[in-house]
Design a protein. Structure first.
Length: 336
């Protein structure tokens, strides 16, 4: 089965027939995906690196689909990863995780070009407070004077709402996570769910990091939005002032790419192929032109009852399957 699949992909790339090399070190009882991943990991096939990656991506895509994951698995997981901390993982998923936890997340330091961190860092909540509410409030207010931190263009109130929103998602995912101990995903599925380079999570995290840092970057009108932002807008804009212009929007909290519909297959294909390496100024310029999804960010700020109604609708519009997919990712990362 595996050799037939490789040959099919191989022909589509217009290469000469593959010469298979015997891998006597692999256990004979390994079948299907496990054989594919093990064989390619140990370079048991004389095929180009790009072809190996394409093959693994194709195999993993089918494996995740067979396990009940949607085509937006990577996107859903990335959204729930982007602001998670070591303490959040300890609270909702596994109390014994350490700083070396292998749970990737977005860097909150917007002044850094290291967009994605390999390990969720400690938040160091102030444990002088005994309630989560005050710990979360302190988390935002103790950094409220810092520029280029957390989320561009979000007010203090919006940052507080965002922290609570993410905890809501993690709390929902926790229910699915606990249920997975009764019926865990297969080892093959976990191999695919946790390989963030193959399944697209790394790409989604990089995209989300840039959307958070540069709101509207994929709108198709990024240059125009940048010029508008130069007209006196400030990320610490005071909502108490009169006769001041509406501040520019922050990133869309439901990660909907600015649309009601899901992102197109063509956009997803471009995202998976996009090169996020290089100087950030160059990456931003390329991304603003090559990855356009009309996402302008949040349409309303959280400065009125109407604004809250809009934000609440955005939060409630998120599908529960995204929480389940995140639970599968976390279970596989922490337990297999």
């Amino acid at each position: 089965w595996y050799q037939r699949r490789v040959r099919g992909i191989h022909r589509s790339h217009h290469f000469f027939p593959i010469t298979f090399i015997s891998c006597n070190t692999l256990p004979r009882d390994m079948v299907g995906l496990l054989i594919a991943l093990a064989a390619l990991s140990y370079n048991c096939l004389a095929v180009p690196v790009d072809l190996k990656n394409d093959l693994l991506k194709s195999v993993c895509k089918d494996e995740l689909k067979a396990g009940g994951m949607t085509e937006f698995f990577a996107r859903n997981v990335a959204h729930r990863l982007h602001s998670i901390s070591m303490e959040d993982i300890q609270k909702y998923f596994s109390a014994d995780v350490t700083e070396e936890n292998n749970i990737p997340t977005v860097n909150k330091d917007l002044g850094s070009e290291e967009r994605v961190l390999s390990h969720a860092p400690p938040t160091r909540y102030d444990n002088s407070f005994t309630t989560d509410a005050l710990k979360y409030l302190d988390l935002i207010l103790r950094d409220m004077d810092k520029s280029h931190y957390s989320i561009t263009n979000f007010s203090v109130l919006e940052k507080i709402a965002h922290v609570l929103h993410m905890n809501e998602l993690w709390n929902r995912a926790q229910i699915h996570y606990r249920a997975l101990f009764l019926q865990p995903p297969s080892p093959e599925m976990c191999l695919c769910a946790t390989n963030t380079d193959l399944n697209g999570i790394t790409q989604e995290l990089n995209l989300l990091a840039l959307k958070i840092k540069y709101p509207g970057i994929t709108s198709g009108e990024y240059e125009k939005l940048k010029e508008q932002a130069k007209l006196g807008y400030d990320i610490d804009y005071s909502y108490g002032k009169l006769d001041t212009p509406q501040p520019p929007p922050g990133y869309d909290i439901d990660y909907s790419y600015g649309k009601t519909a899901e992102p197109s297959a063509s956009f997803q294909e471009k995202l998976m192929a996009f090169d996020f390496t290089g100087k950030e100024t160059e990456v931003v310029e390329r991304l603003s032109k090559e990855l356009v999804d009309e996402d302008h960010g949040m349409a309303l700020h959280l400065d009125s009852e109407a604004g809250w109604t809009y934000w609440k609708e955005k939060m409630n519009a998120m599908k529960e399957v995204g929480n389940y997919e995140f639970a599968v990712f976390m279970y596989c990362k922490l337990n297999q």
